[in-house]
Ligand binder design. Structure first.
Ligand SMILES: Nc1nc2c(ncn2[C@@H]2O[C@H](COP(=O)(O)OP(=O)(O)OP(=O)(O)O)[C@@H](O)[C@H]2O)c(=O)[nH]1
Length: 508
């Protein structure tokens, strides 16, 4: 799959590939970030806090219930406890509401709503209950000692003026009343209420026989008894209603919903962790693949570099070889251009150049330049007799032998055919020049065999010379022409001799 992807990518342009690569990396990072955030989305501490809040709410609710029970049985000194936990309970309920979005659960929201309704109802009922229970408690606290005191009073001063029969009857009625009230307080029934009403009627009917103080007490006892008659059933009904609000069950249910929702969230987190793990593994594989491709690319670049380097070296070597070849060829061409191919002597063009330089030097130094024009005698006969090849050998022998008689700084050139020229510089006297001419003649005459054939050659030599600046003024061609003319005179003089040009200049 990667290979197919890579091939498709290779078909794209480098800029497009770079854009795609960047987009791909960003997408991979975005997915990684998403998975990471999903695994970190669950705040365990917040979940624990929810559980703690719920436990505290349950505890406060239980304490609230205990306060209600205490108030119910008249054990509560006051009813402040009925409202004391409410502020904290409201705070806890608010925290639980704030935690609802964490659950992503409609069940939890519904359970919380039910709890809110139950708590509100319970709060209202408890408030009503709190209003009802204090008079009831006061009456219940009042009646037993009041009845006992009245009975004591009746036995003494209070009953002194009344007939004994009536005192005894009132005493018995008071006993009945207290007993009925206490029973009614524990288990109020309509039948008992009717009986208490009868007993109260009976007591009130007898009070006429007693002093106003006793009558007052009896009225108070009757009033408090009626308070019990009215408030006990109400208080019981309120307590039953409070119990019916079932806040504890609502809290239990909310706790279960929270647990279920948090479990689901945790499960989801575990699932995302699995995805994150798998995705990380995939990224590692991708990274390894990219690393391998990069390594391969580096290797290929290295190989290409090596090849380029080798090719470069070869090219450099070939260029150097070719340059040397060309230089050699150029040198060869230069030699060919300056030399005669048969004898290897300098040719007429090079001779002219050498002569020009010599004339410039002589002009500067005030020295003498000598030119000897040599033309072989009877050379045609060699060609005609033994062939052109033998003639060539004769020309080569002549060149070699004359050259051997000259100084290194002197020059010998072949003008073409059987014509040669000797160039001498810094000749101090005509004698010196004549010696060279004689040596040349001797050298030429010494060629007696060529190609195995007996040959006989000599030469006619014309000598011209010039001194100082005159040479430059006259020019090389004029000097050569003078020598040529002198050579012509030598031919006419019978050949095999040298003639000095009449215009020749020597040292003053
Ligand atoms: N073998 C050979 N012969 C050449 C060459 N160049 C010219 N020749 C011949 O050289 C001869 C020169 O002619 P000439 O100087 O008149 O002959 P010669 O017999 O020396 O006559 P004189 O100078 O009057 O003595 C001619 O026959 C040319 O064909 C060459 O390169 N090789």
């Amino acid at each position: 799959m990667f290979a197919v992807l890579a091939r498709r990518l290779e078909r794209l342009g480098p800029r497009r590939r770079l854009q795609l690569g960047l987009a791909g990396v960003l997408a991979l990072i975005a997915v990684l970030a998403f998975l990471f955030i999903r695994t970190e989305a669950v705040d365990i501490a917040a979940q624990n806090q929810v559980a703690l809040n719920l436990r505290e709410l349950e505890k406060l609710d239980a304490e609230w219930d205990a306060s209600i029970v205490r108030a119910h049985i008249g054990r509560a000194a006051d009813n402040r406890r009925l409202t004391a936990p409410l502020a904290r309970m409201h705070e806890l309920a608010a925290r639980l509401r704030a935690a609802l979005p964490m659950t992503h659960s409609e069940g939890a929201a519904a359970a919380f709503q039910r709890l809110t309704v139950a708590l509100a109802a319970k709060e209202q009922l408890a408030a009503e209950f709190g209003r009802r229970t204090p008079p009831l408690r006061t009456a219940l606290l009042y009646l037993p000692p009041a009845v006992a005191n009245l009975k004591t009073d009746l036995a003494g001063i209070g009953g002194a003026l009344a007939p004994a029969r009536i005192v005894l009857r009132l005493d018995a009625s008071l006993n009945d009343l207290l007993s009925q009230i206490l029973r009614y307080n524990l288990a109020p029934t309509d039948k008992l209420a009717a009986r208490i009403a009868d007993t109260l009627g009976d007591i009130e009917a007898q009070e006429i026989a007693f002093s106003p103080a006793v009558v007052d007490t009896i009225d108070t006892i009757a009033r408090q008894s009626r308070v019990v008659l009215v408030n006990r059933p109400l208080a019981n009904a309120l307590e039953a209603s409070i119990a019916a609000t079932r806040t504890a069950e609502a809290m239990d249910q909310l706790g279960r919903e929270y647990d279920r929702a948090f479990d689901a969230v945790l499960l989801e987190r575990e699932r995302y962790r699995g995805w994150l793990f798998a995705y990380s593994a995939l990224l590692l594989v991708l990274l390894a693949w990219a690393g391998m491709r990069l390594r391969r690319s580096y290797r290929i670049i290295g190989e290409v570099n090596q090849r380029l380097k080798a090719a470069n070296e070869t090219l450099e070597q070939r260029v150097a070889e070719r340059t040397a070849e060309l230089q050699a060829q150029s040198k060869q061409l230069e030699l060919l251009a300056q030399h005669d191919s048969l004898t290897g002597l300098v040719n007429v063009r090079q001779l002219t150049r050498l002569l020009d330089h010599a004339l410039v030097r002589a002009s500067r130094r005030g020295t003498i330049v000598v030119v000897m024009f040599i033309d072989l005698d009877g050379f045609k006969a060699v060609n005609d007799t033994y062939g052109h090849g033998t003639g060539d050998v004769v020309l080569q022998e002549v060149a070699q032998r004359v050259q051997a008689r000259l100084r290194a700084e002197d020059a010998l050139a072949r003008l073409g055919g059987d014509e040669f020229v000797i160039l001498l510089e810094e000749v101090n006297s005509p004698e010196g020049a004549l010696r060279v001419a004689q040596a040349a003649l001797d050298a030429i005459r010494s060629v007696t065999r060529a190609n195995g054939h007996p040959v006989r050659v000599s030469a006619s030599i014309g000598i011209a010379s010039v001194r100082g600046r005159d040479g430059v003024e006259r020019g090389a061609e004029a000097l050569l022409a003078q020598a040529d003319q002198a050579m012509y005179q030598a031919k006419q003089a019978g050949k095999g001799v040298f003639v000095i040009s009449p215009q020749a200049e020597w040292a003053a």
